[in-house]
Design a protein around this ligand. Structure first.
Ligand code: SAH
Length: 386
């Protein structure tokens, strides 16, 4: 195995977030290709993975945990894998530098603004996490303070000072999470300044992104990923397109100019609101978005005998489900473009679709997460009889 001599990151041993840190970038890509070939090779030729020219500082979303260390001193940084111990960091090589600078400043402001970090053991304290999102194209920053309660006495001077230091901050949101468990964001939110979201530009379209909506974390590679997805869809302007698991509508909106109409379905209501706003923001009148379970929606489409010509699906890591895949087979679209962040669940779902009459025509891995073992893949399928 080709190794670079030393890890470029001083936190490597403790943090564990970048499993491939000690490998050269070329070796990382070779390894991801090997994984894709072993899992997906039985479906067809795997095209060479699309890597990054500059594989660092790619994360546009950064979350640091705030808590106490073993000696009960305040600490902030990144969770160790499978543990609640926080590794204190100053800076992370895969995170956006401006986001890290905001996080360091918040850490340094805690004492002056009488902010206590949350202690998971006793349940005392206030600040649990801070999430910073940056629109790479617009430079806008969204800061989300995740706290155990909505009471923040020095809120106004805190926000004023933070925005003075970082004028790129467009919005600061207080998110209240009073539950135990691994989920970072709670369900209650209060906008402390700005509109409560930021905007970014991707593939020539403008997107609004709210704190709880999903947005791809590596925008440089996302343009390559969506470029391939839309190329595979081979749209001619006459098609009805379903964008399943659509998030804030990014794939459907990228394809909308080349389709008759786009329908998006997504479980997260905040993301659906963003998607509707995004269609409007880009002057698109042929996009429809609906909140709900993708499987249930697909089943309804099959019952109503609606037949989209093209279906994009981009499910979470767990992959799609029986209900969705069975109904997809009933609707029998001409082309299915599957965007996946886990080749194992992708292989499982491709098994179902190939047995149901589809043939895999293209398999394109894209490296969205350098230094980590995650790999993204976009696959084109068409019906075997076409
Ligand atoms: N296509 C989008 C989002 C992909 S992430 C993009 O590229 O940005 C997967 C999305 O699936 C998330 O937004 C998540 O909220 C949504 N999701 C998860 N389970 C779902 C389900 N059962 N039905 C519909 N959407 C679901």
């Amino acid at each position: 195995m080709e190794r670079v001599n030393a890890s470029p990151c001083p936190y490597f041993k403790k943090c564990g977030g970048c499993q491939l840190q000690r490998l050269s970038y070329e070796e990382q890509l070779r390894r991801k290709m090997g994984r894709c070939i072993s899992l997906l090779g039985r479906f067809g030729h795997v095209e060479p993975i699309l890597g990054m020219d500059e594989p660092t500082r790619y994360r546009n979303k950064v979350t640091w945990a705030f808590g106490l260390d073993g000696k009960r001193r305040p600490v902030c940084g990144i969770y160790q894998p499978e543990s609640h111990a926080i590794v204190s960091v100053e800076d992370c090589l895969i995170e956006d530098a401006a986001a890290d600078a905001v996080l360091r400043d918040i850490r340094d402001m805690l004492q002056d603004f009488k902010i206590k970090v949350f202690d998971e053991r006793s349940g005392f304290g206030w600040l649990r996490h801070v999430l910073v999102r940056r629109g790479f194209a617009t430079g806008e920053l969204l800061v989300v303070l995740v706290a155990a309660s909505p009471i923040f006495p020095l809120q106004k001077p805190f926000v004023k000072k933070l925005v003075e230091r970082h004028p790129e901050i467009r919005s600061v949101v207080l998110n209240v999470n009073d539950r135990y468990g691994p989920v970072v964001l709670g369900t209650r939110e209060k906008v402390l300044c700005g509109p409560g979201y930021i905007e970014d530009v991707l593939c020539g379209n403008r997107f609004r992104i709210s704190p709880r909506s999903f947005y791809q974390i590596n925008p440089v590679q996302t343009e390559k990923l969506y470029g391939k997805a839309v190329e595979f869809a081979a749209l001619t302007g006459t098609e009805t397109v379903l964008d399943a698991y659509c998030g804030i509508g990014t794939i459907g909106i990228t394809a909308a100019g080349q389709a008759r109409q786009v329908i998006g379905v997504e479980l997260n209501r905040d993301a659906v609101k963003d998607a509707i706003a995004n269609a409007r923001l880009n002057g698109l009148k042929n996009c429809w978005f609906t909140a709900g379970d993708a499987g249930e929606y697909m089943e309804q489409m099959a019952r109503d005998k609606l037949r989209p010509e093209v279906v994009f699906l981009d499910p979470p890591r767990s992959g799609s489900d029986e209900r969705f895949l069975r109904s997809l087979l009933k609707c029998a679209p001409e082309r299915v473009v599957y965007v996946s962040c886990d080749p194992e669940t992708l292989a499982r779902d491709l098994g179902v679709l190939t047995e149901g009459g589809y043939a895999v025509r293209r398999i394109q891995p894209v490296d969205m997460f350098p230094y980590t073992e995650h790999v993204e893949t976009v696959v084109l399928m068409t019906r075997k009889d076409t």
